[in-house]
Structure formats: structure tokens, C-alpha cells
Ligand binder design. Structure first.
Ligand SMILES: [Zn+2]
Length: 97
């Protein structure tokens, strides 16, 4: 599953949040590298054996740790703005682990 993360999906999400394309490409490389290393691209923690799908891309192609998946759900329910991938990795203190 982890290999199926789509760089294009992430790049679109990062650019939609306002990053210029050259910066977005570089940022996406870092996020993809984190996933390849088994780390959650959203917080840097280990992904664990059963990562969840981030809501950051429309097709859910980005794996995140369970804590981040819960955090995304919580933000949505609280009608808070989502933490878009241009802000990743997030400060772990802002995520309930
Ligand atoms: Zn995470």
C-alpha cells in the first residue's frame, strides 16, 4: 500500500495550499521519502503495521499513522481547517498521541 502514494496527488494538494510548484515538488519528495522509510508523513512517527489513509488527497493514497487519522477526523468534526500537506510534518505536540 505504501508504494501507491501518488506524488501528483500530494503535489496538487501542496500547491492548492499556496506553495509554488518548485517548492511543492521538493516538499513532496520529502513526504514520499518519509513514507518510504515507514514514517508518517504528517507527523514523523512510525506508520505502524496498519496505517490509515489521510483525507489530504481525494483518493486517500497517502498513508498516515492512526493518531494522525484520528486528528484529521477530529479537525473535520470540529469544523477546524484541515492541516494541509504543505504544513507537514506537524508539531507532534499539536496532535494527540
Ligand atoms: Zn502521524
Amino acid at each position: 500500500m505504501r508504494a501507491s502514494t501518488h506524488p501528483d496527488c500530494l503535489r496538487v494538494a501542496v500547491m492548492a495550499a499556496g506553495r509554488p510548484s518548485d517548492q511543492a515538488a521538493e516538499h513532496v519528495r520529502h513526504l514520499i521519502a518519509a513514507v518510504a522509510a515507514g514514517r508518517c508523513p504528517r507527523c514523523g512517527d512510525p506508520l505502524g503495521r496498519w496505517p490509515a489513509s489521510s483525507t489530504a488527497t481525494p483518493d486517500g493514497c497517502v498513508p498516515v499513522c492512526i493518531a494522525c487519522a484520528s486528528h484529521e477526523e477530529w479537525l473535520a468534526e470540529a469544523k477546524e481547517p484541515p492541516a494541509t500537506p504543505d504544513l507537514w510534518p506537524l508539531d507532534p505536540d499539536k496532535i494527540e498521541h
